[in-house]
Design a protein around this ligand. Structure first.
Ligand code: FE2
Length: 181
């Protein structure tokens, strides 16, 4: 976004555009996870609903970090427009398929952003992206594990309760591993 202050920005335009796209993606993920939390609660998956509330908060905090970063480097953060948030899903299996698709797309976008940073020698932004990139490993891992569980146990009958309790265990397990690092 060219303005009279653009000449004082430390961000080159392609990196600023991609950072704003990432900001928009994180905000979108946050709203999607709120929608998933509401759906889970309405369908008896109480603990999975809590899991998505935490995830929504985490995505919102990442969006805020990106916004602050763009601003601190003299760039112009764009307030994302949120569209196409689906509120209804066919099954918990479909919910987690969408989670893994969303997170793999986020990883791809972050990698493209990191590639652009190297191309234009923006090592500060490259460094800023590292925790976000590492965070994707755990997010994809949790979604894959839960999908495996849903396929193995099945969503009908008593399996529902088992899935619901294990979703939090899988994500807490990762937190415990992180604390031990
Ligand atoms: Fe994210």
């Amino acid at each position: 976004m060219a303005t009279t202050l653009s000449k004082y920005s430390s961000l080159v335009e392609p990196v600023e555009i991609l950072l704003n796209e990432q900001l928009s993606l994180e905000a979108h993920s946050s709203s999607l996870y709120v929608a998933m939390s509401i759906w889970c609660k309405a369908h008896g998956y109480e603990m999975t609903a809590d899991f998505f509330s935490f995830q929504a908060e985490e995505e919102r905090s990442q969006a805020r970090k990106l916004l602050e970063y763009i601003r601190k480097r003299g760039g112009f953060p764009e307030i994302p427009e949120l569209t196409e948030i689906h509120l209804s899903f066919n099954s918990l299996h479909r919910v987690f398929e969408q989670v893994i698709e969303t997170e793999m797309h986020a990883t791809f976008q972050l990698n493209s952003l990191a590639t652009e940073c190297i191309k234009v020698n923006d090592y500060v932004t490259f460094q800023f992206l590292q925790p976000l990139l590492y965070g994707q490993v755990d997010k994809e891992h949790v979604a894959r594990r839960v999908l495996e569980l849903i396929i193995k146990v099945g969503e009908s009958g008593p399996g529902r309760m088992q899935i619901d309790s294990q979703v939090l265990e899988i994500s807490w397990g990762l937190d415990l591993v992180k604390q031990g690092r």
